[in-house]
Design a protein around this ligand. Structure first.
Ligand SMILES: Cc1ncc(COP(=O)(O)O)c(C=O)c1O
Length: 397
């Protein structure tokens, strides 16, 4: 079969592999604790649900404008204006089928073949693939040495004449770390100085652990606004990953180019979901998000009690989103019940087979020394699963 060369750039996201296996085992009756999900385990809000039902009853079945219903686009522009602390017009905002489409639009409208795009590592699995599909070359910065934090000095070292953009994701998936405001300010200065784009993925901006704060890069350095593509989503914060509603904010010509692109790919995001999100935005999303954060704070506390007891395992600063990222390097090359733990993938497979725990291998995120554990699952499962992992790790020697 003659497929395009482009297909060679594509492999299934490493994040879904474990989730699929864990769900299959669960369906077969195995008591698996599934830490591999990338979404909240709670139901979306009654507002979202009833507005969706009303939209269906009202017969909102037809295409909407490509970048969203005018009313929603306006609300998104207002939301972004508040988040960025500087005004955004409707023409500088657009609605997409999840953050993923916003990011893909950004890659295709900004990156030329041969351009370099800086990506801090560990990274969310889709960033490099999207850059490569656009013909660009990902240039990775290893954040492990700096405790998983982005350092402007490392960005500066990675900048070349070919640098077109940097992708910044904070709060970060997979690490849960929130990048430091001063460092972000310095990265903004570098973007101005060297004339590159900042693709700022803040999908988890509202999911921040107690005592921590997320900073939007435009709010920190308004001068950089014309160099920033802000990407966000209702997927995580409103527990509606399957509904596919995200958004983008960027200079008007960039948004226009995205509209042209999206018009030839998917057209508008799902219309019913747009009406639902519009109702939630009008009502205010804070109560739902606050409740989710309280739940996640509580689960994280329970989780950290156990993680701190795991000998030889270090956790990345868990400050946002709902992920714990564990450094398991000390276990690699050792053996578990006579089997060698040759790499992180082998460790994850052994954990699933012998401890009935599904975690995502850091290899999926460009980090062969870590695993991602989502604590957005039932509290009792967080405890049960982490105790299993603790016993599993103790047997690797
Ligand atoms: C960092 C990051 N960006 C983007 C996305 C995609 O989000 P959406 O479901 O809104 O497309 C995810 C989903 O896991 C993510 O973790």
């Amino acid at each position: 079969m003659m497929l395009s060369d482009r297909t060679r750039l594509l492999s299934p996201p490493g994040t879904s592999k474990m989730r699929v296996i864990a769900n299959e085992l669960k369906a077969a009756g195995v008591d698996v604790v599934n830490f591999a999900a990338g979404e909240l385990d709670i139901d979306t809000s009654p507002t979202v649900k009833s507005a969706a039902k009303a939209a269906i009853d009202a017969g909102h079945n037809i295409y909407t404008p490509t970048l969203g219903l005018p009313g929603l686009r306006k609300l998104v522009a207002e939301l972004v204006s508040r988040q960025c602390g500087t005004p955004y017009q409707d023409t500088e905002a657009g609605v997409t089928a999840g953050a993923k489409q916003a990011l893909f639009n950004a890659a295709l409208v900004l990156v030329n073949p041969g351009d370099e795009v800086i990506i801090p590592q560990p990274y969310w699995v889709t960033f490099p693939s999207q850059v490569e599909l656009a013909g660009g070359r990902p240039v990775f910065i290893d954040t492990r040495r700096s405790g998983y934090r982005l350092l402007a000095a490392d960005v500066e070292r990675a900048v070349t004449a070919k640098t077109k953009a940097i992708v910044i994701n904070t709060p970060n998936n997979p690490t849960g770390t929130i990048y430091d405001a001063d460092e972000l300010r310095r990265v903004a200065d570098l973007a101005l100085q060297h004339d590159f784009w900042i693709i700022f993925d803040e999908c988890y901006a509202s999911l921040v652990r107690s005592g921590h704060e997320h900073s939007n890069i435009v709010a920190l350095r308004p001068e950089v606004k014309d160099r920033v593509v802000v990407v966000n989503s209702f997927s995580k914060s409103q527990a509606l990953t399957g509904w596919r509603v995200g958004y983008v904010a960027a200079p008007a010509p960039v948004v226009k180019a995205m509209e042209n692109l999206q018009g030839h790919t998917t057209s508008n995001p799902n219309s019913v979901a747009q009406y639902a999100v519009m109702a939630a935005l009008r009502e205010g999303m804070a109560p739902f998000v606050d409740a989710a954060n309280r739940l996640l704070d509580d689960r994280l506390q329970h989780a950290l009690h156990i993680v701190h007891e795991m000998a030889g395992i270090k956790a990345a600063p868990a400050e946002g989103a709902f992920y714990l990222f564990l450094d398991i390097q000390s276990k690699l090359g050792k053996s578990f019940r006579g089997q060698q733990v040759k790499d992180v993938d082998a460790l994850c497979e052994l954990a699933l087979a012998h401890a009935n725990v599904a975690v995502v291998s850091g290899a999926a995120f460009g980090d062969p020394t870590g695993i991602r554990v989502s604590y957005a699952i039932k509290s009792e499962d967080v405890t049960k699963g982490l105790l299993r992992l603790q016993r599993f790790f103790a047997e690797i020697e």
